[in-house]
Design a protein around this ligand. Structure first.
Ligand code: HBI
Length: 113
């Protein structure tokens, strides 16, 4: 599956969230992302040189999120950024979450960590 070539689709519910087994298959395509303990989201931590680099990364993530109309939860701690993704309408994971994770992983701004 080439997640980078896919687009997020509008999701208003009506489908079950991914099972853990399905999610684990997608995780092999999204290096560095981890399944949350409740299996309802995926997350990744990033570390940068400083706050300015963190914000440049967050702004690049915001660009992709708006293009895909799928948005991560973003936590910024000076030079560290934590992203979390889930599909709200189904209360769990959908392919949208992994498409966005793959596109975030493809950003040229990726940090050393
Ligand atoms: N972003 N992470 C996340 N999860 C969602 O379910 C979501 C979203 N952004 C927009 C959105 N849902 C819906 O407004 C569109 O899919 C229609």
């Amino acid at each position: 599956m080439d997640l980078l070539s896919k687009k997020c689709v509008p999701c208003e519910g009506g489908m079950p969230p991914m099972t853990e087994e399905e999610a684990n298959k997608y995780l092999s395509e999204t290096l560095g992302w981890k399944l949350a303990d409740d299996k309802k989201s995926i997350g990744r931590d990033f570390e940068f040189k400083d706050f300015k680099e963190s914000m440049a990364f967050v702004n690049a993530v915001a660009e992709i999120a708006n293009e895909e109309d799928h948005h991560p939860d973003i936590y910024i701690f000076y030079n560290k950024v934590k992203l979390a993704l889930s599909t709200h309408a189904i209360g769990g994971l959908s392919e949208n979450d992994f498409i966005l994770a793959a596109k975030i992983n493809h950003l040229p701004l990726l940090p050393r960590a």
